[in-house]
Design a protein around this ligand. Structure first.
Ligand code: ADP
Length: 879
């Protein structure tokens, strides 16, 4: 070998550059030597390579014919040989077989083929030095395909943009220059793409200017916030026509790579068709609603599944609500008796698809209204009922009209008067039941077959035809008495006939004649009966032992009976008005008249006793009772009264009073002496220390005290009855008098404490002794009738112009019905307990007489078992 010496050989062997030394003789170009870097790069061994033709060990990869790598290498060798200069092959593919397999690995190389000249100047061999650039090449390849992909993506995006079914546009800069716009948006705007691209959008869409869109775009562009608008109205010119277009749109900011916003992306789709359809629907609904309103129909929509009920305002109003209410609220106001109708109607609606019922509803104010509910059931695809749509109508007035008509017919049917209508041919067209009965006919048919004139006999018919009918035809009506006859019995029946002409109220043409006839038989009979009973009454009153009288509202007599006429000896007329007064004896006249007028003013019962002179010269006591009278309208009509002779009764009473007077007077003297003896005896016995006997005497004295007071009561009563009471009035203060009486009476009871409850009060003018008697009576009663109580209150006070004394106890009390009666003579409240309380029932009678006679008032306030308070009041006496 004549190549370089051993030193070069070392460099060659250890060079990091892969080197293959080939003979310069083609076509084998056999391998002369190889270094380790080459073996490493090609995954081969020295033994496998050295001495072989180079292309036999590095054949072409059958799957990569395209690279024509052997061909290229040979060309490079030839080039290097012919030019005697290095030749470089750039980044070519030459796959390397994988040892032990038929596979190859893909490899790229940049190889320098350098010819080495021998000493003779010919080419001795070729240095073949490949550099593995596979990584580099593959990277480049990947980059290239990435760019390709980006390119196609961009293409695709663009075509998507252009073919998108919604309108998309990009408007840039503060003038919103149309940067990109797709055909859909162009179409929406009614423009061609060329007309828009590169121009400010509002220059192109001049009508949209000043509608607020500039501000929206500005907002999105400057703030980056996105904006959505739904069904916005945009005025546009399309095909030369101004249109209102409805658009849903979104404005998004358009970001540059540096994240700055350079414009706005608008995505828009036209919804005009939907909006118009919606408007049409709304209009149709509005028309339906107006129509419903016009006929006052309320509308409802009931969801059967959810029970939700949607109603119109009118619906709510018909049910008595101010605004639409809930389903339950509507049900709640249906009249309880009609609820079942509603339930049934709902059931039937589900069955046959139609809803229909009438029911009453009760409004908040309690008024009742009739409603008619109608509706139709809607079904889903599976034929299940889903909704009921329908209407409601207030039919109250219709119902009322019908009701009125029904009532009128019932009225006519049930009227006791004959009611009939006959036509101009003189035939009945209608007659009511009372009419049939009056004429003795069984059925309407029977009657309707007859001529109307059949209901009269010849004479009465003549009257009817000559008097009645002409008047009806001419004047429109006739009213008066006439006769008809009963077909069956032939009886002539007097009637009062109200006959009227019935005209067509539109044309005025005469249609028929109506007659209302009242059977006068009963009335005539009643009149007769009245006359008879009047006669009877007259006979009775004449025969009565009591005088009877009647007055008008002024109190003037307009009737006296025979008895009074007999008593007074004056004629009927002479007793009328005030004529009767001359019979009254002069002393009693004032009282009689005063009392009568007082009663009449208050329209209450009149009761008085007075004396009259009979015609025979005798004087008689009579007791008069007059009852106030009112007519059906409640108006006062005067008095009806009686006058009974009570002379005998008076005489007996006088005798009794005289007897009582004499008896009590006669009793008084011995009782007074007895009292004296008893007191003397008590003292003597006490002195002798006969205490038991003395006590008996004290008790006797106490009984004598009671007897004395009974006798003095009786004497007072006889005085009162005889009208012989006299009073000795003086001006005095009640307080000291009350104090004195209370202190005295406190000694008579151990059980009750008598409490003074005195307030300032004025003086009174009265008989002091009588007042004292009244107070003692009140307090004694209070002690007597409250045996269980521990307290009695004595009140003194002034109220307005009255001084009032009240004695209050907490005893047995008095039932309300006895509050007035306790002041009557000898009246004692009956009942088991009374037996335990001694008394005559005179004390309060006497007290009342006293107080009334000296111009005061007396009364009691009491509740049974709770106690009583007896009062009297006297006017305050101002000098
Ligand atoms: P009497 O002598 O019976 O007490 P009065 O004329 O004083 O007669 O009373 C009449 C009746 O009134 C009595 O019988 C009694 O029934 C009833 N009465 C009077 N004062 C009282 C009182 N303070 N409480 C309950 N009842 C009374």
């Amino acid at each position: 070998m004549n190549i370089a010496d051993q030193g070069y050989k070392e460099i060659f062997k250890n060079s990091p550059m892969a080197i293959l030394i080939l003979s310069a003789n083609g076509p084998d170009y056999s391998i002369l030597d190889v270094n380790s870097a080459y073996l490493e790069a090609t995954h081969t061994t020295r033994e496998f390579l050295v001495g072989k033709a180079v292309f036999s060990v590095f054949p072409t990869n059958p799957t990569d014919q395209n690279s024509r790598n052997i061909e290229k290498t040979i060309l490079s060798f030839e080039e290097a040989i012919s030019t005697k200069k290095s030749h470089t092959m750039h980044e070519y593919r030459y796959d390397i077989p994988i040892g032990g397999t038929t596979e190859f690995t893909e490899r790229y190389w940049t190889t320098i083929n350098t010819p080495v000249l021998g000493e003779d100047g010919t080419i001795a061999y070729i240095i073949h030095s490949p550099r593995d650039v596979t990584e580099n090449v593959l990277l480049q390849q990947r980059e290239k395909s990435g760019i390709e992909a980006l390119k196609t993506q961009r293409k695709q995006l663009y075509s998507t943009f252009m073919q998108a079914p919604v309108g998309i546009g990009i408007f840039k800069g503060p003038d919103y220059i149309v940067d990109l716009i797709n055909p859909v948006l162009c179409k929406l705007y009614g423009k061609r793409i060329e007309e828009m691209i590169g121009k400010p959008i509002f220059e192109v869409l001049s009508l949209a200017k000043g509608q607020g869109f500039e501000e929206l775009l500005e907002q999105v562009r400057t703030t980056g916030e996105h904006y959505e608008g739904w069904a916005i109205e945009v005025p546009l010119i399309r095909d030369g026509v101004i249109e209102k277009v409805y658009v849903d749109f979104v404005y998004e900011p358009f970001y540059e790579d540096d994240n700055s916003i350079s414009g706005v992306i608008a995505v828009a789709s036209e919804v005009s068709a939907q909006i118009h359809a919606k408007h049409q629907l709304e209009e149709a609904e509005e028309r339906a609603r107006l129509a419903a309103d016009a006929v006052e129909l309320g509308i409802y929509d009931l969801n059967i599944l959810s029970g939700e009920l949607i109603t119109s305002l009118r619906f709510a109003n018909i049910f008595g609500f101010d605004s639409p209410a809930k389903h339950n609220d509507y049900t709640a106001v249906i009249h309880p008796e009609d609820l079942h109708l509603r339930v049934k109607a709902h059931e039937q609606a589900i069955e046959n698809g139609v809803m229909n019922y009438e029911a009453r509803v009760i409004w908040k104010d309690g008024s009742i209204h009739w409603v008619r509910v109608e509706g139709k059931v809607l079904y889903d695809k599976k034929d299940n009922p889903t909704r009921i749509l329908g209407t409601v109508l207030d039919i109250t007035s219709q119902k009322a009209d019908k009701e009125l008509q029904r009532k009128l017919i019932t009225l006519v049917d049930n009227s006791v008067d004959l009611m009939s209508i006959f036509n101009l041919e003189g035939k009945f067209t209608y007659i009511n039941a009372a009419g049939l009965a009056l004429l003795g006919l069984a059925t309407q048919e029977e009657e309707l077959a007859l001529p109307a004139e059949g209901m009269q006999n010849a004479e009465d018919l003549q009257f009817f035809q000559q008097e009645v009918l002409p008047s009806v035809m001419h004047n429109g009506s006739w009213a008066g008495k006439m006769n008809v006859h009963n077909f069956k019995t032939g009886e002539i029946i007097p009637v009062f006939n109200n006959c009227i002409r019935i005209d067509d109220f539109l044309t005025g043409e005469v249609l028929a004649v109506g007659a209302v006839m009242r059977d006068l038989r009963a009335e005539l009979k009643a009149k007769q009966a009245l006359a008879d009973s009047e006669q009877l009454l007259r006979n009775i009153t004449t025969a009565s032992p009591t005088a009877l009288w009647m007055s008008d509202t002024q109190g003037k007599l307009n009737y006296v009976n025979q008895t009074w006429i007999d008593w007074s000896g004056k004629a009927f007329e002479d007793n009328l008005e005030y004529g009767w007064i001359s019979a009254v004896i002069p002393e009693d006249i004032k009282q009689v008249i005063e009392q009568f007028h007082l009663a009449m003013q208050n329209k209450v019962q009149y009761e008085v006793e007075f004396r009259i002179n009979h015609a025979d010269g005798t004087q008689h006591w009579c007791s008069v009772i007059g009852e106030q009278q009112f007519n059906q309208n409640g108006e006062f009509t005067g008095y009806i009264g009686s006058c009974t002779d009570i002379t005998e009764h008076k005489e007996l009473q006088n005798q009794k009073d005289n007897f009582l007077g004499i008896a009590s007077h006669e009793l008084k003297t011995p009782v007074t002496s007895l009292k004296g003896y008893a007191q003397v005896m008590e003292r003597i016995l006490k002195k002798k220390d006969l205490n038991m006997e003395a006590d008996m005497m004290r008790k006797m004295d106490a009984q004598l005290n009671r007897l004395t007071s009974l006798i003095s009561d009786l004497l007072d009563v006889t005085k009162i009855n005889a009208g012989k009471l006299s009073f000795n009035n003086q001006l005095f203060d009640l307080k000291p008098l009350l104090e004195e009486i209370v202190d005295d009476l406190q000694l008579t009871t151990d059980r009750q404490v008598i409490v003074k409850n005195f307030q300032p009060a004025g003086k009174i003018y009265a008989d002091k002794d009588r007042i004292e008697q009244v107070i003692i009576n009140f307090i004694s009663n209070a002690i007597k009738y409250s045996p269980e109580a521990t307290e009695i209150l004595v009140h003194l006070k002034q109220e307005q112009h009255e001084v009032i004394v009240g004695i209050q106890d907490f005893g047995i009390g008095i039932a309300p019905e006895d509050h007035l009666k306790v002041f009557e003579q000898f009246y004692r409240v009956s009942g088991k307990m009374q037996h335990t309380f001694p008394g005559l029932g005179l004390g309060l009678y006497i007290s009342a007489e006293f107080i009334r006679k000296i111009g005061g008032r007396i009364w009691v306030e009491s509740k049974k078992n709770e106690g009583s308070c007896f009062y009297f009041a006297m006017p305050v006496h101002t000098a």
